[in-house]
Design a protein around this ligand. Sequence first.
Ligand code: 6PG
Length: 243
Amino acid sequence: MEKIVEVLPSLELLIERSLAIILDRISDSIAERGFCAIALAGGSTPKPLYEAISKQSLPWNKIHVFWGDERYVAPEHPDSNQLMARKAWLNKVPIPATNIHPMPTKESDPHVAASIYEQELLGFFQLTPGELPVFDVILLGIGDDGHTASLFPHTDALKVSDRAVTVGSKDGQPRITFTYTLINQARCVMFLVAGSSKKAALAQIFAPIADNYTYPSRFIQPQGKLWWLLDGSAGQEVPSKSA
Ligand code: 6PG
């Protein structure tokens, strides 16, 4: 794993830098493998990044968009990560509908939905059961509590290491989420973190010793590149470095 930490003076510069990195990764992935598989983060931080990507002229037919987690709500629900990304980006570009791979949220049992998505990943990446997909880029955020994707502190999702997709839980509400095992297969994981409310969690995530089950973002140690892109407020006490 190559870990790179960049603290940018403002959210605007954080988004600008994130865009530049993503465009490079998309270009390299397509050059090397003919396509780019990117998994999106939800929440609010990445929205301006998605808006910025929508303004780019890219080979959209070679870009496949997945989600790293999803609230268990209808695609039209205001909390839907899918809806946010479609409105900010995907509805604005000529990407084929078949290149957009949302997490299913219509099954009565979220565990069934997680299995359906796992099967979709196995099919897309042409894998056999037990193999894990290797995404070109996985975008992530962190919560004030140190969660990432829908891997929340002290939840059962953190105990699932033999699957690609599982069911997360926030305050008893189900979510579909990549497992940390899947995330760690990625060629590039990018955390986008902004705001002083994330400072305390970052201190624990970057601490030499802390409990992963309390700060689940600590589980993210990908085989490829790990980029932490922080704005000045969030990254005040995090040393900028690459390792
Ligand atoms: C979600 C996200 C979640 C998010 C963090 C940060 O579904 O909410 O995937 O992991 O990245 O909670 O959210 P903000 O960017 O809104 O602070």
